[in-house]
Design a protein around this ligand. Structure first.
Ligand code: TXA
Ligand code: MG
Length: 326
């Protein structure tokens, strides 16, 4: 548990970002928007600062964090970059792709960031506000999604405060996130065997077109393995139940449509646009999860492009929950 504190709400002006950077340098936690979701940032070189992330989120300490950097050159400080990794980084950074690379030991990253692994997850986000904050902070910033562990990721500052108000130093309000689902995670500890650890809006096909080799899927969901802890089955869970591939609502259910969906109470994208559906997914789940509905029924989403990432998050939301409040 973290101590109760007053959470500052900062705007995305130069002064707001400067204050956020100052708080990060001083060892506080600061939530900020990226193009995917809001992250809960802390100085990745400072054990005490990183520990505050785990405390605020009540996140299991075996689940490592992504270190966010302002540019690809900075990645060379913290990781060994194979020629393949550099090619992928040049193609997709800044952008919604996280690379898991061999850790360069002795570069000063807190072992809490990597959860003691000899690999590190790095990302250069594609959002001017985030890049400016990272440059001004002048340190790598560890940032998981800014939600209590096991809950839905935030795509607005209000979502962040709904889960973490009083538990973090500040949130910078930059408006909603445009991508809406978390970054694609590509394991490149062995560049000859790229592994798609988490689907996102950068697709396996796009990665294959740069690498000339299709990333494989991890061996399978596992609740403890350190290699792909993001694959924990029940994750991204709203409080209400979630039922997939629904065409009608049952008693007590609200129906979320995709494309033409007769009887839908709300629609992720009436025109069937997957990017729009991804951008709205978590906001719709947050809105419907205020206690009015027992269960959220979701229409089928095509398993293609960013639809894979949407279905991945929905499958986790629908998975049986661990016992007790998450
Ligand atoms: O879009 C995103 O990636 C957002 C924004 C804030 O950048 N961040 C995010 O962080 O989604 P988080 O902590 O919610 O998810 C990071 C995932 C976790 O599933 C973690 O297990 C995995 O990255 N991860 C981190 N380091 C790893 C490593 N060394 N090996 C394998 N997986 C790792
Ligand atoms: Mg998360």
């Amino acid at each position: 548990m973290s101590e109760r504190q007053v959470t500052e709400r900062l705007d995305d002006s130069a002064a707001g970002i400067a204050r956020g950077a100052e708080l990060l340098r001083s060892g506080a936690t600061v939530a900020f928007p990226t193009e995917t979701v809001y992250g809960l940032g802390a100085n990745a070189l400072d054990d005490d600062a990183v520990a505050k992330i785990y405390a605020a989120k009540e996140r299991p300490s075996f689940n490592p964090l992504i270190a966010h950097l302002p540019d690809a050159e900075s990645a060379l400080i913290y990781a060994h970059m194979s020629p393949e990794a550099r090619r992928v980084a040049d193609a997709f950074w800044p952008g919604p792709l996280t690379l898991v690379l061999p850790l360069r030991s002795g570069a000063g990253l807190s072992p809490l960031v990597t959860a003691g692994n000899d690999s590190v997850a790095l990302r250069v986000p594609n959002r001017p506000l985030a890049l400016r904050l990272l440059r001004e902070a002048g340190v790598p910033v560890a940032a998981p999604s800014a939600n209590p562990s096991g809950r839905i990721s935030p795509t607005t500052a209000d979502h962040v405060l709904a889960g973490l108000d009083g538990r973090i130093g500040a949130v910078i309000d930059g408006g909603p996130c445009t991508v809406g689902v978390e970054s694609t995670i590509l394991g490149l500890t062995d560049p000859r065997h790229p592994v798609l650890l988490r689907p996102g809006s950068v697709t396996a096909e796009q990665i294959a077109s740069v690498m000339g080799i299709m990333p494989s899927l991890p061996a399978g969901p596992d609740d403890t393995s350190p290699i792909a802890p993001g694959q924990m089955t029940s994750h991204y869970a709203p409080r209400a139940g979630v039922r997939l591939n629904a065409t009608t609502a049952r008693d007590g259910e609200v129906l979320v449509g995709f494309g033409p969906t007769p009887g839908a109470d709300i629609n992720l994208s009436p025109t069937g646009d997957l990017a729009e559906a991804a951008a709205r997914l978590f906001a719709v789940l947050h809105d419907l999860d205020q206690g009015k509905w027992d269960s959220i029924a979701v229409a089928p989403i095509p398993q293609e492009g960013v639809g894979l990432a949407i279905n991945d998050r929905l499958n986790r939301a629908a998975a049986p929950r661990p016992s007790g409040p998450a």
